[in-house]
Ligand binder design. Structure first.
Ligand SMILES: [Zn+2]
Length: 106
């Protein structure tokens, strides 16, 4: 193996106790593949956590927006409630839109 030779000296794996020939990044084939496997696994775990966080964020946003729409329906059918609370149907719908836009753009 060409990479096992440097200046005429046989280069071995830097993993403790391993004397297999160098393959890449200072490691033999076995240790290099093991390192790559761990890195891919760690990256997949991070992606999975990111997705779980995104799902939770979107769910909260959808629930908050749905809550504003329910309030808008109440105000639509009972204008005196809106007047007492100082909110309009348009305000509540704009709020729902903003909440969903924020979640989409995050
Ligand atoms: Zn090794």
């Amino acid at each position: 193996m060409v990479s096992a030779l440097r200046h005429g000296v046989v280069v071995t794996c830097k993993a403790p106790g391993c004397d297999r020939p160098h393959h890449a990044k200072g490691l033999c084939t076995t240790h290099y593949m093991r390192q790559q496997y761990r890195r891919r696994k760690a990256a997949a775990a991070v992606r999975s956590r990111d997705l779980a966080g995104r799902v939770a964020d979107l769910r909260l946003a959808v629930e908050a927006a749905a809550c504003r729409v329910e309030q808008a329906l109440i105000v639509l059918h009972h204008p005196e409630v809106g007047a007492a609370k100082g909110v309009t149907v348009a305000d509540l719908l704009a709020d729902a839109d903003r909440i969903l836009d924020d979640a989409r753009n995050r």
